[in-house]
Write a protein that binds this ligand. Sequence first.
Ligand code: HEC
Ligand code: HEC
Length: 185
Amino acid sequence: MRITKSLIVILSCFLALPATAADIKAGEQKAQACTACHGPQGNSGNGQFPSLAGQQALYLEAQIKAFKEGARKNPMMGAIAAGLNDEDIDNLAAYYASQKPKSAGGDQKLAQQGAAKFNMCMGCHGSSAEGRGVFPRLAGQQPDYIVKQLKDFKAGTRKGGPMSAMAANLSDDDIKALAAYLGSL
Ligand code: HEC
Ligand code: HEC
């Protein structure tokens, strides 16, 4: 009886431990379910799927939670996020944020046109598009993915705070040039 009681005490202390810092190793394990779409170490080779490598951890966390809650809508990600708890999300975000991003590449001529237009984005996304906190990294991202997101913001099908107003002022040509520039970084 005594033994059982102390065992329970010990076990419950263990379970009551405060959430520790995100566990990158555990995140790497969980990320096996993401590789088919987001690429090895989060470097996507397909414009349908965003790269996650080197992305800001806070941003990743916020987006996975938005998919889970339905605030950001995508059938694939909605289903996947539904199966993740807060700890998984923290660990996945820490894992992907710690991976080395690769450049997706983009049309060089278009990229040159996009470079000048990026000036109006630097205040939030950083001068090298490296992002900060909830402002996502855009450098090296798949151009087709960026085009889709900017069009979704413009159409209002993705809500993203300041991005609706930013995207409203961009023409289709601006969007293509910006996406090529960002992908080329
Ligand atoms: C079946 C394919 C598929 C799988 C598997 C998948 N994703 Fe995604 N993911 C997508 C698509 C498609 C998008 C882009 C949705 C959109 O266009 O808004 C996306 C977007 C995201 C984003 C938003 C990125 C950004 O830059 O805003 C995050 C974060 C993300 N996925 C994390 C994950 C994690 C973590 C896993 C594994 C647990 C995972 N995904 C598994 C298809 C997938
Ligand atoms: C006032 C700050 C601000 C400015 C200026 C700004 N952005 Fe954003 N951007 C954000 C925030 C915040 C998000 C994340 C939105 C969310 O939570 O879904 C974002 C998201 C994005 C995304 C989606 C990234 C992804 O991985 O899905 C793209 C693409 C983007 N911005 C491009 C641009 C471009 C191009 C410009 C300049 C024309 C720009 N942004 C200017 C704040 C800003």
